[in-house]
Write a protein that binds this ligand. Structure first.
Ligand code: ADP
Ligand code: MG
Length: 251
């Protein structure tokens, strides 16, 4: 069997010259980005700046118009790349939880590992129950999504992603659809996860979360990365006027 070329070393995500067009709309305008193994990257920026498109390119939910995406050493934009295999190691959590409504919480957790990874049902249930315990929802294993609050549903969505044992977790505004009183319980789960060393890319407006866990914050505007830096840099000394304006509006 042909061996895959390993690119990028300890960089688990590598984007090079990434462009995305939707018809005439130029949404990503040449993004270069490297995410290190274990890094927590928080992506901020105004609505419509391309944040979702950017992270969706990291698992090819969106196909870039040009440029290169390398995930865990494999160039997934290459011809005949093993996209399905790489996707197994990149989990995504969305603003809308997208749980399977006719499956119980535990079934939501065991479906992908058994169908896609070939894990046995028993094994997927054991690991699923352990993860549910971790997110504080073991007692809800046999409930259906409609019987849960929004915060609980999003914690199940995170648990479901974790039961695939991913190397990378992508979060696209995971708390934006939640009632205010439910935001913290989801952020707590994410903070707990961050302390475990998994690589995380998080699009969020939760600046408290960014301060607490981000190794690096990236500010996007109109399809470009305008500024990156540590949370300290961002919140005390942003360079660009547009960054300052954005922060003044959301803080
Ligand atoms: P953000 O997540 O920062 O709000 P998005 O990446 O969702 O930004 O969108 C960036 C731009 O691309 C927006 O103008 C949006 O309307 C457009 N866009 C996103 N997805 C599509 C699509 N599937 N088809 C056409 N336009 C899209
Ligand atoms: Mg978005």
């Amino acid at each position: 069997m042909r061996s895959l070329k390993i690119i990028g070393g300890h960089k688990v995500i590598l984007l090079e010259g990434l462009h995305k067009h939707f018809g005439h709309l130029h949404v990503l305008k040449g993004i270069d980005l490297q995410v290190k193994t274990g890094e927590k990257l928080v992506v901020i920026g105004p609505s419509g700046s391309g944040k979702s498109t950017l992270i969706r390119c990291m698992n090819l939910l969106e196909k870039p118009s040009s440029g290169k995406v390398v995930v865990d050493g494999v160039e997934i934009t290459a011809h005949k790349a093993p996209v399905a295999k790489v996707r197994q190691s990149v989990a995504m959590v969305f603003q809308q939880f997208n749980l399977y409504p006719h499956k119980t919480v535990l079934e939501n957790l065991t479906l992908a590992p058994t169908l896609i990874k070939g894990v046995s049902k028993e094994e997927a249930e054991v690991s699923g129950m352990a993860i549910l315990e971790r997110v504080g929802l073991k007692v809800k294993a046999n409930a259906y999504p409609s019987q849960l609050s929004g915060g609980q549903q999003q914690r199940v969505a995170i648990a479901r992603a974790l039961n695939m044992k991913p190397k990378i977790m992508l979060f696209d505004e995971p708390t934006s659809a939640l009632d205010p009183e439910m935001i913290q319980e989801v952020l707590d789960v994410m903070v707990d996860l961050a302390h475990e060393g998994i690589t995380m890319v998080v699009v969020t407006h939760e600046m408290g979360f960014a301060r607490q866990v981000a190794d690096r914050v990236l500010f996007m505007d109109e399809g470009e990365v305008l500024e990156t830096g540590t949370p300290e840099h961002f919140f005390t000394n942003p360079t660009h006027e547009r960054t300052k304006l954005f922060l003044s509006r959301i803080l």
